[in-house]
Design a binder for this molecule. Sequence first.
Ligand SMILES: NC(=O)c1ccc[n+]([C@@H]2O[C@H](COP(=O)([O-])OP(=O)(O)OC[C@H]3O[C@@H](n4cnc5c(N)ncnc54)[C@H](O)[C@@H]3O)[C@@H](O)[C@H]2O)c1
Ligand SMILES: [Zn+2]
Length: 383
Amino acid sequence: MSGSREPTVVEVSLAGAAYPVVVGRGWLEALAEHVVLPASARRALLVTQGPVVDAGHVTPVDAALRDAGLEVVWSVVPDGEAAKDLEVLAHLWQAAAEVPLSRGDLVVAVGGGVVGDLAGFAAATYNRGVAVLQVPTTLLGQVDAAIGGKTGINLPQGKNLVGAFHQPVAVACDVDVLASLPDRLLTEGLGEVVKYGLIADPALLERLESAAGGGGRLSPEALEEIVRRSAAVKAAVVAADEREGGVRAHLNLGHTYGHVVEALTGYTEVLHGEAVAIGTVVALRLGRRLGRTPAGVAERGERLLAQLGLPVRGPALDREQVWEVMTRDKKVADGRVRFVVLDDLAAPVVVSPERGQVDAVLDELDGLGGLDGLGGLGGLGGG
Ligand SMILES: NC(=O)c1ccc[n+]([C@@H]2O[C@H](COP(=O)([O-])OP(=O)(O)OC[C@H]3O[C@@H](n4cnc5c(N)ncnc54)[C@H](O)[C@@H]3O)[C@@H](O)[C@H]2O)c1
Ligand SMILES: [Zn+2]
C-alpha cells in the first residue's frame, strides 16, 4: 500500500450527530484505526458490486472489519443503476434478516453512488434504522454521493423517488481505489468537483487548473487534495442546511440543464457528471447574460471543464422537450424554473430567469455546434 501517511479528517457537523469524512491513500486495511465503529456492532452486512470486488477493494475492508471483531456477510448486488431497485432492496432487507443484523449492527456500503444510495436506504429502513458506514469507491461517491445522508432507490416513474435522509457513521475515502476506475468515470466525477470550486473554493479551481495543465491522468497526490477539498465544501453545505431548504440548493449549479440532458438522452448516453458540466456552461453563460457573472469567471469555468476532458456542449435537443422536462422537475416549486448562477467565484445565487433569457443562451450554444459536432470528446460513447 502506498499510503503510509495518516489520512485526514473533514468533519460534517450536524445538530444531531457529527461524523467524519476520512480521506487518505491506501488506508482501508487500517480502517478501524481511523474510524470509530458503533460499540454495539457485532455483525456487518457489507453491500457491494462485482467490479468493486474484482478491483480488490472489498477484501481490505472486510479484513479490517473482521480485525475489529465483527462478523461480516457480503451481499454483492447487480451492477449498474438498475440495482437501485425495489426488488434488490427487498433482497437486502432479507439478507440483513438472515445475517441476522440487529439494531446495534452495521451496514457497510463499498462502491459507487449506486451502492451508497441503495445500502444507505436499506440501512435507513431495516429494523427502523441501523448504522451505515459509507466506503465510496468512485470519485462521484467520494466527493458527493456518500456525504450528506441522502439515500434511496428509483421507480420506473423516475429516479430517486423513494428515499430517506440517513447520515452515515463515517465516510471512508481511499483515493487509491480510484486507480481502477475507467477514465471516463474519473473524469465524470470532476464535473462535480469543478462545481464545488466555482460555488465555494477558488483554491480548488487553481488546483484543478494546474493538474489539468499537466495532461494525462491526475496524480494520486492531486486527487487526494481534490477529494479532501471537495468533501470539505459538501460537508460545509450539508452542515449549514441538512435537509435542503436553503444553501444546499447551491449544490445544484449545473444541474437544472444537466437533468434535462440526462432525461432527454435516456440517462445512459451522457453520464451525470458530464451532464453537470454541460449544464454548468449553460449556468455560467446565463449568469453573464443576466449581468451577474463576470466574463472572466464564466470563461475560466468553461475553459477548465474542457481542459479536464468534460463535454462543454450538450447534444442538440428539442426546445419544447427541454422546457417540458425543466418545468416538471421536482425542484420547480412555483412554476418558475430555477438556476444557480454565480455573482462571482464562490458567490452562488438562485435565480428564476425568464424563458427568453434561457433560450438565448441555448441558441448561442446551438450556434457553436452541438456535442455531436465537436471533436475531442472521445470519452463520450467510449467505455
Ligand atoms: N446520495 C446523493 O447525495 C447522491 C449524489 C450524487 C449521485 N448519487 C447517485 O449516485 C449514483 C451514481 O454513482 P456513481 O457515479 O458512483 O456510479 P456507480 O455507483 O454506478 O458506479 C459506476 C461503476 O463503477 C464501478 N466501480 C465503482 N467503484 C469502482 C472502482 N474503484 N474501480 C472500478 N470500478 C468501480 C461500479 O461497480 C459501477 O459499475 C446515481 O444513482 C446517483 O443518483 C447520489
Ligand atoms: Zn450531481
